[in-house]
Design a protein around this ligand. Structure first.
Ligand code: G3P
Length: 227
């Protein structure tokens, strides 16, 4: 399963990349707006951090199919053809996906709130589909269950080219439920990634190990100081 960072803050991306096993970065127009930088300025910075092998997700902003296709061409021209273009799962989006898939452009279907949106995006040739787990929860539905339904529909349809990049998480439990289900990928904000291992019990265990060892061999000593 791939783990991506759902953010465009360059310092946060560098920090998460340094410490955690991550595979890429996803953005959307709101995330880019939060960066306060010109879109392609910050996206080029992110590409430089994650390298060509890192998965970079960038969204088309136009609302009609022709505009989405134009946005997609520009995105891959500037950021490289390994870049995955996010296309909203609307009727115009599906039209754009069919054309872009025929051209060999890598695609993700986004803004997914219903299972059928995910299914149709997979059928249009998307490599990823992105259900918005927490936003669905906030509407009074079950975002994890919607994501599982999309996963099942894709697997049972034999669409091996496609899998989930589940998005919009607000806590570790939502992520864990989908990791256990075997989805293709999740994209998670830096603070939620930090929350995976933020626990006073973990800190207390490490502190006790350090203190016990220092009582044995001396303050500040570690294994490399011992014969
Ligand atoms: O790109 C979709 C996803 O990142 C939305 O997340 O936190 O705005 O619900 P959020």
């Amino acid at each position: 399963m791939k783990l991506c960072i759902d953010d465009a803050n360059v310092e946060a991306i560098k920090r998460i990349y340094e410490f955690y096993p991550v595979d890429g970065v996803s953005t959307n127009p709101s995330i880019l707006a939060k960066s306060g930088k010109e879109p392609f300025e910050v996206l080029k910075e992110i590409r430089a951090i994650i390298g060509e092998e890192g998965e970079l997700f960038v969204q088309a902003v136009a609302k009609d199919a022709a505009g989405m296709v134009k946005d997609a061409h520009h995105i891959v021209d500037v950021l490289g053809k390994t870049t995955i273009v996010k296309i909203p799962c609307t009727p115009e989006g599906f039209k754009a996906m069919k054309q872009l898939h025929a051209e060999g452009i890598r695609l993700l279907g986004t803004a997914i709130y219903t299972p059928m949106q995910g299914f149709l995006a997979a059928k249009c040739g998307c490599e990823y589909v992105a259900p918005y787990v927490n936003r669905i929860d906030n509407m009074g539905f079950d975002g994890v269950q919607v994501s599982k339904d999309i996963h099942d529909a894709i697997v049972k349809s034999g669409y091996d080219h496609c899998g989930l990049l589940a998005a919009s998480f607000k806590n570790s439990q939502q992520v864990l439920e989908l990791v256990k289900y075997g989805v293709k990928a999740v994209t998670v904000a830096p603070d939620v990634i930090d929350g995976f291992v933020k626990n006073t019990a973990i800190d207390a265990a490490i502190d006790a190990f350090t203190s016990d060892f220092e009582n044995l061999v001396g303050a500040g000593k570690t294994m490399s100081d011992c014969k």
